[in-house]
Design a protein around this ligand. Sequence first.
Ligand code: HEM
Length: 153
Amino acid sequence: MLRKLGILFAAVGIVVGGATLTSSAHAQEGVKITDDAGIFKEFGEKAGLVKIMDDFMINLLKDPRTKPFFENSDQKRVKEQLVDQFCFILNGPCEYKGAKMKPIHANLNINRENFNALVEQLQVAMDKNNVPFRAQNKLLAILAPMHRDIVTK
Ligand code: HEM
């Protein structure tokens, strides 16, 4: 009996532990913050992010692997939300109030190729705006695991 209870508690622990992990992951979804204090400046602060996102959207609309997703989206809103999200991730003075990554991308049928293309186009935009390579990689390291919430196909 005691053993059975022990197993039961262990199981509840796993479920509760799992739920806690999941809910905190959701609360932080898309908004993991870098520990690098100077990185926001390396992106040119908020004005720099606005320029990067303008170039990024132009690239996304040119690339046949991403164009179909963005041509009919509210491009102005997506850019604004990305600025806030990246600003927050980069330790800038912004709050991200947009949608959570999983539900907003859920019905888009995004595959790995689409995801990789988006990352590639972000790199092109960051290069164009002279973001140092090391700073680019720090942001990409935070974005990369988000594929779990975004790639559904
Ligand atoms: C790490 C990768 C990604 C991040 C951080 C990201 C972030 C975002 C953000 C912040 C929004 C705006 C949410 C809002 O309006 O509240 C958004 C919307 C959107 N994203 Fe992504 N995204 C990523 C990958 C992708 C990929 C790979 C695609 C397709 C190739 C994609 C397609 C879209 C589209 C079409 C919307 C607009 C959806 C709508 O308005 O209904 N995203 N994304």
